[in-house]
Design a protein around this ligand. Structure first.
Ligand code: GLN
Length: 200
């Protein structure tokens, strides 16, 4: 069955996730209002600006219904800003930073340094077969610690940030610091579809 996967469409690279999900044989649906959450099998929280997405979640009254849906087991995948939103703890957030939480991890915003706006690196991701994922990082966070319930799935392989955790899973929640929606490599979206169908 084709999974219906919501993409939180308040800000960020929504279109790119739509395209990646379609290519991964899922049916993407834009989520802007609480009622949009009805009938979806999973949700993607895109990259963008976590502080802005957080404010819009409040304005559009999606924050509480989405938190409740996640608590009830709705699978979610967050990339970059989406990872920040799914983190239980955020370092270097704004004073009024709003998040969804759910993954027992601490995420450091803009962790790779302001001077490094974007870069690429290979990341081996547990459960993703084949060559390492070519990961694109854009003002990305890294994960400075994961609690006992969360699992580090991938780390930066080379350079100054070698060893930093950049992919995490906890139950039905998946998060990456990088943006697979920008590279045409569908394996992370396919992994998320497999999570939804219970195959991962
Ligand atoms: N630095 C951004 C934030 O704090 C995330 C960047 C991104 O999603 N590419 O939300």
């Amino acid at each position: 069955m084709t999974p219906r996967i919501g993409v939180l469409a308040l800000q960020g690279d929504v279109r790119e996730h739509f395209a990646a999900l379609r290519s991964a044989d899922a049916e993407p649906v834009a989520i802007r209002r609480p009622r949009d959450l009805d009938g979806i099998d999973g949700i993607v929280v895109p990259g963008g600006e976590s502080t802005t997405i957080g404010k819009l979640l409040v304005t559009f009254e999606v924050l509480d219904p989405l938190r409740a849906a996640l608590a009830a087991g709705l699978p979610a995948y967050g990339s970059c800003a989406g990872m920040i939103l799914l983190a239980d703890r955020v370092v270097d957030g704004t004073a009024d930073q709003v998040g969804l939480g759910g993954i027992d991890m601490t995420v450091r915003r803009n962790a790779f340094g302001r001077q490094i706006d974007s870069f690429e690196s290979d990341v081996e991701v547990d459960g993703v077969d084949g060559a390492p994922v070519r990961a694109v990082f854009i003002r990305a966070p890294w994960v400075s610690d994961v609690g006992p319930a969360a699992h580090a799935l991938g780390r930066v392989s080379d350079g100054d940030a070698a060893g930093r955790i950049v992919a995490v899973r906890q139950g039905n929640l998946l998060a990456t610091s990088f943006h697979p929606e920008l590279t045409g490599d569908l394996r992370i979206h396919a992994y998320f579809c497999d999570m939804i169908s219970g195959n991962k």
